[in-house]
Design a protein around this ligand. Structure first.
Ligand SMILES: Cc1cc2nc3c(=O)[nH]c(=O)nc-3n(C[C@H](O)[C@H](O)[C@H](O)COP(=O)(O)OP(=O)(O)OC[C@H]3O[C@@H](n4cnc5c(N)ncnc54)[C@H](O)[C@@H]3O)c2cc1C
Ligand code: SF4
Length: 327
């Protein structure tokens, strides 16, 4: 690991100043479960000079319900979300996404903000410097993508962004998309649909380097609303999703009146299934309708040779997650 300066910020304002004052790259650290791996493996072409600790800032760990919905402080852990009776009752899709992330230890350390800001898990991207030299692929500012001609069995089935086919690995991201969250930062309020971006080099979001997520707000569900989350991974514990899916639907008089469906692990950014959502409106959520929604979700898939199997998984997980909202 390269040397860096570590600062314990005591306020959000101080954290922003510390990021801005750094001459070289600087990062905030929350639980550290993603960032420490990146540092240890010396992943980036430019090593950070400064790490600013958010754990020492009071007030970022609150989870409460207000008039406009659920407020989750950036430093609330995944365990706290998964175990909150309020979240389980009113936003079950999010509670389940948090519960299915990593292992108990990771959920105790990992925060909601860290989960949605984590970097991709492409194995070429994550290749450690100490084992034969870091791989500087196009996502890190290098010249080529190794996954397209190489091993891409877990990569995107919906094409590339800037020649990169790595997928967004977050489990809570699709739940926040389905639940129409707003991400509050030190600079602005970002609707979740505009938060994720693979256009910004190594990072997975639109955040500026001196911008910090402070809170996530999720609207109160309307009467007749249900949400659900499903995940397919090789192992039941400690494994990233091959494909995951979150759904939020509202049903009135037996008919769907609103729907948001989000797949993740299938593209560089979490992917809304808008044609599937449109199909559902005004219909009864039967097995046949859920199946058709699953088919529409993958209608534009462009899988590569080794990941064709993911198309079937994505189709099935959309159908299954939708039908869970019927139970
Ligand atoms: C073995 C293993 C298994 C894992 N399994 C899963 C899994 O199944 N599903 C899954 O979704 N993830 C998984 N993860 C990824 C990750 O560790 C977790 O998602 C965790 O939630 C990250 O949160 P953290 O607080 O530890 O983030 P950190 O490591 O502290 O930060 C991650 C990134 O977010 C940035 N960041 C953190 N907080 C903020 C903030 N408030 N504002 C702006 N930027 C911020 C950091 O600068 C860094 O770039 C796994 C990781 C490991 C090591
Ligand atoms: S898929 Fe993206 S992260 Fe992976 S090797 Fe290609 S450019 Fe790099």
């Amino acid at each position: 690991m390269k040397r860096f300066d570590h600062f314990n910020a005591t306020t959000v304002e101080e954290a922003v100043t510390l990021l801005n004052e750094s001459e070289g790259p600087s990062y905030v650290i929350a639980g550290g479960s993603d960032l420490m791996g990146c540092l240890k493996d010396n992943l980036w072409m430019e090593s950070p000079e400064r790490i600013v600790n958010l754990k020492t800032i009071p007030g970022l760990k609150e989870l409460h319900v207000d008039d406009d919905g659920l407020h989750i402080g950036a430093m609330v852990t995944l365990t706290e979300i998964a175990e909150s009776d309020t979240v389980k009752e009113q936003w079950p899709g999010l509670a389940e996404a948090a519960r299915r992330t990593g292992s108990p230890l990771l959920r105790n350390m990992g925060t909601i903000a860290g989960n949605i800001c984590q970097e991709n898990r492409c194995w070429y991207y994550r290749y450690p410097d100490k084992i034969g030299g870091r791989i500087d692929c196009v996502r890190k500012g290098g010249k080529r993508c190794l996954a397209v001609p190489g091993d891409h069995r877990f990569h995107s089935i919906f094409g590339q962004v800037n020649k990169c086919i790595a997928v967004n690995p977050s489990d809570t991201a699709p739940a926040l998309v389905a639940l129409e969250a707003t991400i509050k930062t030190t600079k602005r309020d970002i609707p979740v649909d505009e938060f994720f971006s693979a256009e910004m080099g190594a990072q997975s979001t639109v955040l500026d380097r001196d911008e910090i997520v402070t809170e996530i707000i999720i609207p109160t569900p309307k009467a007749g609303s249900f949400s659900a989350f499903e995940k397919i991974a090789y192992r039941k514990s400690i494994d990233f999703a091959i494909v995951n899916c979150a759904v939020s639907i509202t049903i009135k008089d037996d008919k769907v009146t609103a729907a948001r469906i989000c797949l993740n692990g299938v593209h560089n950014n979490p992917r809304r299934c808008e044609t599937s959502e449109e199909l559902l409106i005004g219909k009864k959520l039967t097995d046949a309708v859920a199946q058709e929604a699953g088919e529409l979700a993958v209608a534009e898939a462009k899988p590569l040779f080794q990941n064709i199997y993911k198309v079937q998984m994505a189709k099935t997980i959309v159908t299954d997650t939708l039908l869970e909202c019927n139970n």
